[in-house]
Ligand binder design. Structure first.
Ligand SMILES: *Cc1c(COP(=O)(O)O)cnc(C)c1O
Length: 386
């Protein structure tokens, strides 16, 4: 039988990281010691307290049945309380939906709003989930909003052409930003609210990095903090990056009640919610860790990475947030040529900017999800290349 994929599935380009994974595997098979600064997955374990809370919860057999679709009431209340404390925003627990991480929420949300041929505004460079898992898999057409260094990696809303703006159903924004490390301020978010109202575009704010910041007196904000945002948008958060819980699959969606309800309806028809023991571990995390447990370690590592790269002549500034350093490749190189050279000759894994879209050309991303000694080792190896 001829197996024919749907047009939506066929429209998704090959996974940008597949080529890198292949090369990594080949080098490891040759016995090479790779320093991997390529991945966006915390290397530190989930804190013991959260693991113990999970252990208690899983020993309680009441957690073993199908979860309530939208999430446990105590989980949703804990999320609403956390948002009040952290961002000063008032959300009712009934307008919170537990998700299987932010990726699931942002992808399933598109099923609720995108008809075939509808446009979706996505950042470039950007997390590939917006254009692929969300937009293309729902039959939409991604329209790129370039994130340029000279604009602080914020999209220029006035540069979006009028017909794209009118035809767009959703706009994805993500600050603190993967891959650039940029943050957004209230002035930008207010402009986004105006744009959304004018063009009737739903705003999806993907916020998994709000707790990975380097200036404790100037923390990243939520989109929902600005007036009008609750009318036009939804925010997606995650336990993955804050609490080193990527494997657990826990996140939350909150904001405009009608938009949250649409996501809930999609989820009711696809998954049956988040394992309740995981939600209970999530409540423990929210109520016991006033900041990301790895924050001070990340701060040290980022200083080490920036200093080491500057030392070998790579221009890079410490970002305000995220565990990524976004930097220009040396003159005369492309993203791919530099990343390949560093991988093959220095056995250091970086991510080419082009893995996040065409506007990532000329840049690479290095993550601090390896210990400081390994980061220094990586910089030394790159220095010896030159
Ligand atoms: C890691 C990441 C996600 C996915 O997080 P999960 O909650 O683990 O699904 C979503 N968006 C961005 C920008 C990310 O970097």
């Amino acid at each position: 039988m001829k197996i024919e994929y749907s047009n939506n599935l066929k429209s998704i380009p090959p996974y940008a990281f597949a080529e890198i994974s292949r090369k990594k595997k080949a080098l490891r098979e040759k016995g090479k010691d790779l320093v991997d600064l390529g991945i966006g997955d915390p290397d530190l374990p989930t804190p013991k307290g959260i693991v113990s809370a999970m252990s208690d919860a899983i020993n309680d057999s009441s957690t073993h049945r199908y979860p309530m679709d939208a999430g446990r009431p105590d989980f949703r209340q804990a999320w609403a309380d956390w948002c009040k404390k952290r961002f000063g925003i008032s959300i009712s627990a009934s307008d919170v939906q537990a998700t299987l991480g932010s990726k699931e929420g942002l992808c399933n949300l598109a099923r609720a709003f995108v008809n075939p041929g509808d446009k979706v505004l996505v950042p470039d460079p950007g997390y590939p989930g917006y254009a692929n898992g969300a937009c293309l898999l729902s039959g939409g057409i991604p329209v790129k909003m370039p994130l340029l260094e000279e604009n602080g990696y914020l999209p220029d809303l006035s540069a979006i052409n009028a017909s794209d703006a009118k035809d767009a159903k959703l706009m994805y924004i993500n600050y603190p930003n993967n891959p650039t490390g940029a943050v957004a301020d209230k002035a930008f978010y207010s402009d986004v609210v105006d744009f959304a109202e004018e063009n009737e575009v739903i705003i999806v704010s993907d916020l998994p990095y709000s707790e990975i910041y380097f200036d404790k007196k100037n923390k990243p904000i939520s989109f929902l903090e600005v007036p009008g945002a609750m009318d036009v948008g939804i925010e997606l958060h995650s336990f993955s990056k804050t609490y080193n819980m990527t494997g657990w699959r826990l996140g939350s969606a909150y904001g405009n009640p009608e938009i949250v309800a649409a996501l809930s309806k999609v989820k009711e028809n696809i998954d049956s919610g988040v394992f309740e023991a995981v939600q209970m571990a999530g409540i423990y995390a929210l109520t016991n860790y006033p900041e990301a447990p790895a924050l001070d370690e990340y701060n040290k590592r980022m200083d080490t990475l920036v200093a080491a790269f500057n030392d070998i002549g790579i221009e890079a500034k410490k970002p305000p947030a995220t565990f990524y350093l976004w930097a220009k490749v040396p003159a005369g190189e492309t993203s791919a040529s530099f990343v390949n050279k560093v991988m093959e000759a220095a056995n250091v894994v970086l991510t080419p900017g082009t893995a996040f879209g065409e506007y990532g050309e000329g840049y690479f991303r290095a993550s601090i999800t390896s210990p400081s000694e390994r980061i220094i080792e990586a910089a030394e190896r790159i220095r010896n290349l030159k």
